[in-house]
Ligand binder design. Sequence first.
Ligand code: ZN
Length: 115
Amino acid sequence: MKYQGSCHCGRIRYEVEGELKSAMACNCSMCVRKGSLLWFVPREQFRLLTPEADAATYTFNKHVIKHHFCPTCGIHTFGEARNPKGEPMAAINIRALEGLDVDAVPVTQYDGKSK
Ligand SMILES: [Zn+2]
């Protein structure tokens, strides 16, 4: 299945291909503030449709995860990191996916170590 995602103003748009079975509620100091629900997919299943330079990037702690957000409307749309095997992954904020019934997606809790 293919999902379309975007920030609020539309400056950032993307597509994600895959089976959305569950999302993760991360409790790190950043995710609790923004309330995002994350869906991790291999980076190649994610396609950014707008220029990469239009997305602002924030990093903290060990600076291994790139948190991308829209500098115009402030919505956090996705992040990029590597899994323990070193493979590139995308972390999709499913709240930014269009037409998705977020409440129907099972949510798992994650006790993040990065405070
Ligand atoms: Zn925006």
